[in-house]
Write a protein that binds this ligand. Structure first.
Ligand code: FAD
Length: 322
């Protein structure tokens, strides 16, 4: 009998997150003939999103729609997943390696008695095995893992797998009722967003990042303008966050966010190993630094030795023309 893959979809700002499409594509890569895909969509007023999701799922979509599920609550979402598992016995559960995925995945693994492979950046098949590649030692090395039987839980790092394309026949949508348990030990009262950026940092195709060299909160303005023109997001080094130039939600690195955009533009960032841990897997790295000896140039594909306050506005001006 074939395997059942269950993909936990994510919604943000009324849209399906890109990482959900990437998780579905990861499943398409892993799947053999006879395997089935079930996507689970949890939220509030999600009927249009369930239809959208069904267009990229070759199988079925479980939709659980309730006002109490509008924001992520670990207990509530775990209860919903337990309810889904009464209908679908999963062999592999796949989530995005996001704040939600990192929180929910271990709870699902514990519930299912499953093994877990986190932060997967590539999926390959070899001699009938599905191999999951994940970084080690802050991106200095990679390991390939495979499961040895039993249910499995996998989280996929955003921006590493192509998003799934539309399927020829949309999935069947199954709506499940949600019964609020009334005994949740914690309730999310409010979510205070720290960033106002239009593009999610971990999913952005282009990231313009600033370090201590940006010198002030005001100094981030030219970087924001460049990111805006490129439809990208703004990130930062820890030194820039520590100095109060920007919010910690923008920090990239070992103790911040991990990003793998197509283009990473590091402005006034020296290239400390802890920063590289969060961005070295970017497809193209462009460094702007006035010190030609800065270590960032060792990992950069393109380097501009110069003052970021001259170079960044020039780039913005040129990209505006395109
Ligand atoms: P600096 O190292 O001070 O570099 C500033 C750069 O700006 C210099 O190269 C300088 O030449 C250049 N510059 C100055 N003015 C200009 C200008 N006008 N134009 C162009 N270039 C200019 N760091 C992170 O980023 N992320 C993390 O997650 C992280 N986690 C850490 C965890 C631990 C346990 C520890 C110990 C450290 C961590 N750090 C992290 C800190 C890290 O070690 C570095 O201190 C930090 O990354 C340095 O930030 P920076 O490159 O912005 O600053």
């Amino acid at each position: 009998m074939g395997k059942t893959y269950v993909v936990v979809a994510e919604v943000r700002g009324g849209s399906l997150r890109q990482v959900t499409l990437e998780a579905l594509q990861a499943v398409s890569i892993a799947k053999e003939d006879g395997d089935v895909t079930t996507a689970v969509l949890i939220g509030s007023q999600i009927t249009p999103l369930a239809a959208e999701l069904a267009n990229v799922v070759d199988g079925q979509v479980y939709s659980i729609d309730h006002p109490e599920l509008e924001v992520y609550n670990p207990e509530a979402y775990l209860n919903v997943m337990k309810q889904v598992f009464e209908h679908v016995a999963p062999d592999v559960v796949v989530l995005g390696h996001t704040a939600l995925g990192r929180d929910l995945a271990p709870a699902l693994a514990a519930h299912l008695g499953a093994g877990q492979i986190s932060d997967v950046t590539a999926i390959d098949k070899q001699d009938g095995d599905v191999l999951f590649t994940r970084p080690l030692y802050a991106g200095k090395a990679f390991e390939q893992k495979r499961f040895n039987g039993g249910p499995q839980v996998v989280t996929i790092r955003p921006n590493n797998v192509e998003p799934a394309a539309a399927v020829s026949s949309p999935a069947e949508i199954i709506e499940l009722d949600y019964a609020p348990s009334g005994s949740l030990r914690s309730i999310v009262k409010d979510i205070v967003r720290k960033t106002s950026g239009k593009v999610d940092l971990t999913e952005a195709k282009i990231v313009v990042s600033g370090g201590r060299g940006v010198k002030s909160a005001e100094g981030f303005k030219p970087l924001e303008e460049l990111a805006d023109v490129l439809h990208g997001a703004v990130g930062a080094s820890r030194a820039a966050c520590d100095a109060g130039y920007c919010d910690y939600s923008m920090q990239i690195g070992q103790t911040g966010k991990v990003v793998t955009p197509e283009i990473y533009i590091a402005c006034g960032i020296s290239g400390a190993i802890q920063h590289l841990a969060g961005m070295s897997q970017s497809r193209v790295i462009i460094a702007i630094n006035k010190d030609p000896e800065a270590p960032i140039f060792k990992v950069a594909d393109y380097g501009i030795v110069g003052d970021l306050f001259e170079v960044v506005p020039l780039l913005t001006q040129e990209f505006r023309k395109v």
